[in-house]
Design a protein. Structure first.
Length: 565
């Protein structure tokens, strides 16, 4: 699902709604071939997390999902928005394939499907092992299920499977090209003319001939779009781009903008920008990570009211609908993959299988989110042991891939080893997670801590890289107040955040801050007892978006910084 129609010619059947669901506690589903017959289960609504079924809050393991649908016959494409975390998919008992990774879309194309009723069965597994990404120790709840939309499509002759739109700006003139992946869905050779449009105006066309069921990736010759209106913070100028064959089309939206990093600063469209943001998990109350689109709008409204110009999608690719909203609201975004922190041992970080899996997640993220103008930062990983040799290969591999393939974006990672990190070579901006005043000393010692950070960075010769505080904050229990400045109160959190942001932005003129975090989120037992309610309580709103005192404190200081800029 997107905020606009991606296809007008293609016949699409959304399979959201009631599915049959059965928990496979004893892992007998594969042996008993549950995908081979009608699943004898209960009803679940897709998309959702199975954790909000009573009794399943902490379920980790396998469940089966099944749905019957009618298909007119021909070449079928099945799309999954996201399944947490591992999926094996069957159509009418035939195995179609698998996908690992809970936060990106995947699809299967099946040729020569007969007209009539068909059964789709999905085995979903959210358990962990030594090469899981993330690992079991992670600071969010272990959700499972089909968490984003599912659809089936009829593909007809030459279809357009994907579109990557590239441009290079000189002033307000853009030199552009499309790279498209085409597929011939018929069992005959087909010739066709593929037409490419920007805002409805035809820019170029290509004649193609594809053999039966052939895939082909094509890049158009470049063309100019003159006097473009740039996409910017609060100026979300979007252009519609589309590709058309005789039998299919594909629509997307792009924005023209330029991100640069030079002499300690981040520039958007030639102007230095201070990133004022929050970290946000795509998680809400009892619904977990199957986040309803209307509430996405509400979150963005709240975050705009907070005077932010950026959001970090901690710690995984967010629903494309959310990123569409940011595109059309002029809010910048940091998108990352769930290689999260202390769950990964140094050996795991060096494990080629983990690096390959992480790289695949980056590839999927780049392919699926490439055209979004709001994404100005790719995040490689978060709080890994980047002070240890074992992290270097992973960081370098991810960095090289993203620099080469990620488009005009900043590439970085969030380090919690500010004074010992050995990977700063592989990032465009240095991003620090540090909780002075919460886990560590008094927050009044931030000034010294920041000076130490700068002197370490300078000593390595990276003094020219902008520095951003990608996480800092304190927990506060919603509604817990005091006359004294003590931990867990709303007052303490508000005071700590005001002091910290003032120190980072006003005193040390850093390039940005991302408060940890926007809302309280459910977490897991592995995080231990300092997670009261088994929640990460560092939200400046609670899990139902009720504001804590810190909300108005951050709003005030971000508002003032915005005004002086
Ligand atoms: C880390 C981590 C967050 C969260 C935070 C905290 O910085 O990246 O996901 O766990 O710590 O609350 O301690």
């Amino acid at each position: 699902m997107r905020l606009f129609l991606e296809h007008t010619k293609r016949q699409i059947n959304l399979l959201d709604g009631a599915w049959v669901f059965k928990c496979d506690n004893n892992k007998v589903g594969e042996i008993e071939k549950w995908y081979d017959s009608k699943l004898d289960g209960e009803t679940i609504i897709v998309p959702s997390c199975w954790n909000n079924k009573l009794g399943m809050l902490k379920y980790e393991g396998v469940c089966y999902y099944q749905k019957e649908f009618y298909f007119v016959g021909g070449t079928l494409r099945i799309n999954f928005g996201a399944v947490m975390t591992y999926a094996k998919v069957y159509l009418d008992s035939a195995y179609l394939g698998e996908h690992y990774g809970g936060f990106t879309a995947f699809d299967f194309i099946v040729e020569k499907v007969a007209e009539g009723y068909h059964t789709l069965t999905v085995m979903v597994d959210n358990s962990f092992n030594e090469i899981s990404i993330p690992q079991k120790k992670v600071d969010w709840a272990h959700y499972g299920g089909i968490t984003r939309s599912v659809s089936v499509e009829l593909l007809n002759k030459i279809t357009i499977l994907s579109n990557k739109f590239d441009y290079r700006l000189t002033g307000n003139n853009a030199k552009c090209s499309f790279t498209v992946k085409l597929y011939n869905a018929s069992n005959k050779t087909v010739s066709d003319k593929i037409k490419f449009y920007v805002n409805g105006e035809k820019m170029t066309e290509i004649k193609v001939t594809l053999e039966p069921n052939e895939y082909k990736t094509l890049k158009t010759k470049s063309f100019k779009v003159e006097n473009v209106k740039l996409w910017d913070v609060n100026k979300p100028n979007l252009y519609s781009v589309s590709i058309e064959s005789s039998t299919d089309d594909l629509f997307d939206r792009v924005g023209f903008r330029k991100v640069e990093v030079k002499s300690k600063k981040i520039y958007l469209n030639g102007k230095a920008i201070k990133l004022l943001g929050v970290n946000r998990h795509e998680e809400v109350g009892d619904l977990g990570m199957a986040f309803p689109p209307q509430l996405m709008y509400r979150d963005v409204d709240i975050i705009k009211d907070l005077n932010c110009n950026t959001i970090r999608g901690s710690h995984y690719p967010n629903n494309p609908v959310f990123v569409d909203i940011l595109d059309e609201q002029g809010m910048t975004f940091w998108s990352e993959i769930p290689v999260w922190g202390c769950g990964f041992s140094p050996e795991t970080l060096a494990d080629e299988r983990v690096i390959a899996r992480g790289l695949k997640m980056h590839q999927e993220m780049v392919e699926q989110y490439y055209n979004h103008p709001s994404i100005i930062i790719w995040g490689m990983h978060n709080e890994i042991e980047s002070q240890k040799e074992e992290s270097v290969n992973m960081t370098k591999t991810f960095y090289n891939y993203l620099k080469e393939n990620g488009g005009n974006r900043i590439v970085t990672y969030a380090s919690n080893h500010a004074l010992t990190d050995i990977c700063y070579e592989y990032c465009d901006i240095i991003c620090i997670n540090q909780y002075t005043g919460w886990y560590g000393e008094d927050y009044h010692s931030w000034d010294k801590a920041v000076e130490d950070i700068y002197s370490y960075i300078n000593s390595l010769g990276y003094g020219d890289k902008p520095v951003v505080m990608s996480e800092f904050g304190a927990a506060a229990l919603y509604g817990y107040h005091t006359f004294d400045n003590v931990k867990w109160t709303e007052e303490y959190q508000a005071n700590l955040l005001t002091y910290s942001i003032d120190c980072f932005m006003n005193k040390y003129k850093m390039s940005g801050t991302y408060v940890w975090q926007f809302s309280d989120i459910r977490t897991c037992e592995e995080m231990g007892l300092n997670r009261a309610r088994e929640f990460n309580n560092k939200g400046i709103v609670n899990e139902y978006r009720k504001p804590k005192l810190a909300y108005s404190a951050v709003k005030e200081i971000y508002g003032k910084i915005n005004r002086i800029k």
